[in-house]
Design a protein around this ligand. Structure first.
Ligand SMILES: Cc1cc2nc3c(=O)[nH]c(=O)nc-3n(C[C@H](O)[C@H](O)[C@H](O)COP(=O)(O)OP(=O)(O)OC[C@H]3O[C@@H](n4cnc5c(N)ncnc54)[C@H](O)[C@@H]3O)c2cc1C
Length: 285
């Protein structure tokens, strides 16, 4: 099937793009970034936007740089940019580890980090990274610019705090202290498929005990989130089977998993226990 007719706009500045959005979003205007989620849904006519504001010609949105202790990721930075660590230290290494789980290479050369965040698929790896690490989302419109914390950004399945006339211009991830340990584990039936469940775990050690633990789960619930119960089970404990088993069990009990035609809620719940435990084991290795 071919997409329904639409008008294509090619702004070259952010100001031009947000002015177009202000005018066209109320008439079913949408941002086009990598097109790897939007275009397939248009081809199936599940989405029929009347106007596409294509941001790929805005050079300033391709910025990927470290500034003020954060990695700033512009709206046109592709997934493939993370295949090599984009920053020194544990954050860069973590992103390079995670990106390999996103789709297939051709999709990674077009799809964007910020597009994944704006699209808010429950099984998006970047959304899980964003909530785990406390990302900041920079949203710009003709009305001004605001910064939204990751914990306030994701509202449900493909639903975010972005208003229809806002462009997500940048996502900022805080750099991780050099001694941060990280683990990421996801389960999907075939390589490149969306995950059925995934977990990201980070912590540091002080005197042999876990400090600043973070455990986030994605793919299981309508949006990725940190699991405070699992983090509490880790804080102050020595890393190892006892603490990791306890944290995984707390995560399993805490989630309220989605059901679909292939995966029952109970299956996903048990999977959450497995992926949390494996992410923690990877962090300790
Ligand atoms: C076969 C296949 C497998 C895939 N597997 C995975 C996977 O395993 N994990 C995963 O995370 N993703 C996966 N994807 C999706 C892919 O990662 C997309 O690239 C990504 O979800 C959306 O990014 P995009 O740049 O392509 O956005 P687009 O498709 O251009 O846009 C998606 C939506 O976000 C909006 N949007 C995009 N950018 C902005 C912005 N800057 N500001 C405001 N709104 C914006 C658009 O208006 C649209 O509604 C897969 C896609 C395919 C086709």
């Amino acid at each position: 099937m071919k997409p329904a007719p639409f008008r294509h706009y090619a702004p070259t500045t952010v100001d031009e793009a947000v002015a177009l959005l202000a005018r066209l979003a109320p008439q079913d205007g949408r941002v086009l970034a990598g097109g790897q989620s939007l275009v397939p849904t248009m081809a199936f006519r599940l989405a029929r936007p009347a106007h596409l504001i294509d941001i790929n010609g805005i050079a300033t949105l391709s910025r990927l740089a470290v500034a003020d202790g954060k990695l700033a990721i512009g709206a046109c930075v592709r997934h493939a940019a993370f295949q090599r660590a984009p920053a020194e230290g544990p954050l860069g290494a973590l992103l390079a580890k995670v990106v390999r789980h996103i789709a297939h290479y051709p999709i990674r050369t077009r799809g964007t980090f910020c597009g994944s965040i704006a699209n808010a698929d429950p099984a998006s790896e970047w959304c899980t990274v964003a909530v785990a690490l406390g990302a900041e989302m920079v949203a710009q419109s003709a009305r001004g610019t605001r910064v939204i914390a990751a914990k306030d950004f994701f509202a449900g399945i493909m639903t975010t705090a972005l208003a229809e006339d806002e462009l997500l211009t940048e996502v900022r991830l805080p750099l991780l202290p050099a001694d941060t340990r990280t683990g990421f584990y996801e389960f999907s039936r075939r390589a490149g498929d969306f995950a059925i469940a995934m977990a990201l775990a980070t912590y540091r050690l002080e005197g042999g005990k876990i400090v600043d633990p973070r455990v986030a789960v994605g793919g299981a619930e309508p949006h990725a989130r940190r699991i405070a119960e699992a983090e509490q089970a880790l804080a102050g404990k020595a890393p190892g089977a006892e603490a990791f088993t306890a944290a995984a069990a707390r995560a399993e009990a805490a989630v309220d998993p989605m059901e679909d035609i292939n995966n029952s809620a109970q299956y996903r719940r048990e999977l959450v226990r497995a992926v949390v435990r494996r992410a923690l084991e990877q962090a300790a290795a």
